[in-house]
Design a protein. Structure first.
Length: 559
């Protein structure tokens, strides 16, 4: 078993291993990104004029038989139950949507055949090792964001599920304050529903549909096309798989070789195995898109039927039907692969653990903001210059401690006990783990913090602020007294809770507070505001083409 893997004897059944469920370094997830993004191909393939009824009926039956309900619907909110932002759609354009594409390392059925014999599920855990989020814009281009499997996230609160039966229980997975997982762990704990929650918490994007593909799907779909034409940059020699491709150049690869091409993660010359593998997968998927949308496939009923059957018999979906996919594909007009661009979530190696990736807070928030605002990223068609800006949403700035005299009189002493304060904590520092750490310490000081209200904010803010609703100034002052440098501001539409928004100025220092002590000098109260959080000033972030590596499906790139 790989280093870092925990077997059944080391933990109770259903409990996540350290750092979340097992990562399975050697032979796990070699195919997931390659499999799951073929769903994008299948959507395009359905928009064929004169699609034969029998082909459509057979494909629809396959989807119905493998439909999985309740993946998307329960998770229409982000972390802490906050409402996800609504995109304003320009008149005359389509409604944008987001499709989560995922795969698991289950060994059920044909997935346990030769070539997939690693022991990744010996401990009863099935992971989703690579995720792809396909954002379909209102003007109908597709941005596909690959999320590396080792990206660390705050552990989401999810119901447990059984990966063998696919059944979701009514029991919540126990997580401790500050617990962090690899994002692929969400699938092991709570299946597709938990993965949806994890991705929504991370990105702030609402997931509208889910398509998952199993191990055998990729090979079957490539074979149904008669192979795919790929330009290989050079020989691909893998430490585990051997000579995947003996010589570089343009060549046709078929099922087994295509599996190895997207599976290889220990290739000679790769400086970053997983991220290099993701790029190869994106190039291979681009080749599949070009093949599927070519006349040779679209005008061949037998080949098209074979491809669609390979797709529907190897997938599970939620909120997906053939009619909806056909309507979606037809909204694109032509089937130009250049309308689809692949990106990889910006991450950096964790300085404390080189086997883990943390979100690059200097780039990733701007990527999420652009997708939430239905904007294209640098490197996509239609971006006329070398930069793309992710503007801050309009909001009212809470005053910093050096602001003008307060608009509301601050009580001279703390009058509310911490145990009487219901508190939410939002991390808008741009640094991971700050909300969880602060929540744990504030709980130790007696504050009541709901574990579902500890989350990462939609964007980075400058000043730390305690937000409170009408009539809760005294509660807010108690919180601010425990957070050196925190300002206080009333938010008209905030009820019930006090919300602590940690800004970039927060250095992690907190202190105990007791009733009767003098209110600290830093507690400045600002005028009431009507904006929802974040209320602190938000800088504009600019991305350039150098910040994001793009793989456009219409380009002739080598793998």
């Amino acid at each position: 078993m790989d280093a870092g893997t925990e077997g059944p004897a080391e933990r109770a059944a259903g409990d996540p291993p350290r750092h979340g469920p097992t990562r399975h370094r050697a032979r796990t997830g070699w195919l997931n990104a390659g499999r799951v993004a073929v769903a994008v191909v299948s959507v395009a393939a359905l928009a064929v004029t004169g699609l034969e009824w029998t082909i459509k009926a057979r494909a629809d039956q396959g989807l119905v038989e493998r439909q999985v309900d309740a993946i998307v619907a329960p998770d229409r909110t982000g972390a802490g139950g906050s409402a996800l932002p609504t995109t304003v759609v320009p008149a005359g354009e389509y409604t944008p949507e987001n499709i989560l594409l995922l795969g698991s390392d289950t060994r059920a059925g044909t997935n346990g055949d030769e070539g997939n014999t690693d022991a990744s599920t010996e401990d009863g855990v099935a992971n989703s090792d690579t995720l792809m989020l396909a954002h379909i814009s209102s003007d109908r281009h597709v941005t596909v964001l690959s999320i590396p499997r080792d990206t660390m996230i705050d552990a989401p609160q999810c119901l447990k599920w059984n990966s063998s039966t696919g059944e979701l229980s009514d029991t919540q997975q126990n997580i401790s304050r500050g617990e962090r997982w690899h994002i692929n762990s969400a699938y092991a704990v709570g299946g597709p529903q938990c993965t949806v929650r994890a991705v929504q918490n991370l990105t702030g994007l609402q997931i509208d549909r889910v398509i998952g593909i199993d191990f055998s799907g990729f090979k079957n779909m490539v074979d149904a096309l008669g192979g795919i034409t790929v330009d290989v940059c050079g020989p691909i020699i893998d430490a585990e798989l051997g000579a995947v491709v003996a010589e570089g150049g343009v060549q046709v690869v078929r099922g087994d070789q295509a599996l190895s091409l997207v599976r290889a993660r220990k290739v000679q010359g790769d400086t970053d195995s997983d991220l290099s593998r993701i790029r190869r997968q994106q190039v291979v998927l681009s080749a599949i898109l070009q093949q599927v949308t070519s006349a040779g496939t679209l005008l061949s009923p037998a080949k098209l039927d074979g491809f669609l059957q390979a797709f529907v018999t190897n997938t599970y979906t939620d909120n997906v039907s053939i009619d909806s996919l056909v309507a979606l594909a037809e909204s694109f007009g032509d089937l130009d692969p250049a309308k689809i661009t692949f990106f990889t979530l910006p991450t950096i190696s964790d300085p404390d653990d080189p086997d883990e990736l943390i979100v690059d807070e200097t780039k990733a928030p701007a990527v999420f903001e652009a997708l939430r605002n239905d904007q294209r990223l640098p490197g996509e068609p239609g971006v006329s210059d070398s930069t793309a800006t992710s503007p801050a949403s309009p909001s009212t700035s809470a005053p910093a401690p050096s602001s003008a005299p307060p608009a509301v009189t601050v009580p001279p002493t703390v009058v509310v006990d911490p145990a009487a304060v219901s508190l939410a904590v939002v991390n808008s520092t741009g640094r991971t783990g700050m909300a969880s750490s602060a929540a744990a310490e504030l709980e130790a000081y007696g504050f009541v913090v709901d574990e579902n209200d500890v989350r990462t904010g939609d964007r980075t803010v400058d000043g730390t602020v305690v937000e409170y609703g009408p009539g809760r100034l005294d509660d807010a002052v108690t919180v601010a007294a425990a957070v050196p440098g925190a300002a206080v501001a009333e938010v008209a539409d905030l009820t019930g809770q006090v919300r602590l928004v940690l800004g970039t100025d927060h250095d992690g220092v907190l202190q105990e507070v007791t009733v009767g002590e003098a209110t600290p000098d830093w507690v400045i109260v600002g005028a009431p505001v009507t904006a929802t959080e974040p209320t602190a000033a938000t800088p504009t972030t600019t991305l350039t083409e150098g910040d994001l590596a793009a793989v456009n499906a219409g380009q002739a790139l080598c793998a």
